[in-house]
Design a protein. Sequence first.
Length: 382
Amino acid sequence: MSIAVDLHRSLLRAAPVRAALPPLVVNVGVIGPGKVGTAFLHQLRHAAPRLLRECRLELRLRAVSDSRHMWLDCDDEALNGRMGGAQTWRPAALDEFAAYVAGPHGEAAVLADCTASDAVADHYAGWLTAGIHVVTPNKRAASGCLDRWHAIARASDASGARLHYEGTVGAGLPVVQTLRDLIDTGDELTAVEGMLSGTLAWLFNRFDGSIPFSQLVREAHDLGYTEPDPRDDLSGMDVARKLVILAREAGLPLSLDDVAVNSLVPAALAGLAREDFMEVLPAMDAPMAELLARAQAAGGVLRHVARLDRDGASVGVQVLERGHAFAHGQLTDNVVRFATRRYCDNALVVQGPGAGPEVTAAAVFTDLLRVAGAMGVKRCAC
């Protein structure tokens, strides 16, 4: 008997057994039904039937919460369309929300934090301790207080519940996972350099003096490219957080205070409420036009660049030669260059769209599937 025929018969014998396996049920709760959260809910709803049919994975949406309300019993169709018609809603209480998602019998549960909230990140250690997994594009935990970050790591190690945060650095790009794979296989990071903000890449790709800078910022905000408060992008702090996340992934105890950040936001606008800042955005036009004029006079282009090496960490706008690799990105492209002990002569480059609700939500969904895979989707028939 040939190997091919023997294998074919083995697969036929195995097929009824595999089909009879019960699906792996994973309860899902979504915090923050904004642009990214809504995109994630749409992707989840669209993919769920295929995942159940082909992979024996049942992703069961249990609850959704914003900053004021939480909607429970999320199998309701009205909620899945837009949360207003949910069967049950009550004032938001995050720990109660998490307990509801996990269910009374400690079922497999994943919380998708689609906010940019420090207050939500404060709950991660407790949720992980309770065995609830967390997937998120929220940068606050992985780039915030080191004590909190260490507490999160200890909670994950103790319970086995996982925190995945691929969407924190390059939206849908495999930046964190690439670095993690390098480190896990014994490589050593020596430097990372790149354009880590899809928002700022888009702005400086478009900013040629023909349109006021403030108008471009408003357009980027409307497209969902910016953080809820655009100053998180314009100040460079969002990029600094990404640099801190990469440094910590490589085992370096970097904090935001260790990063030299050159902000684009005038000091007079930094302390305003978000709504007031959006009203006075045109105050940025004159200084940005002057910065552009200096770059053009030097025959260069403006690009926002982050760098981490043995000399330290820095974030800010630079004038680059028109032939520089960073001068030729497209739209919201992030470009991340990893220099390591292995990749010392030619850096490892990850490049692609680095902003937008759809690609960021896809990174959260990928992390959710990664968690599910660790819990048993290896039984999947797909």
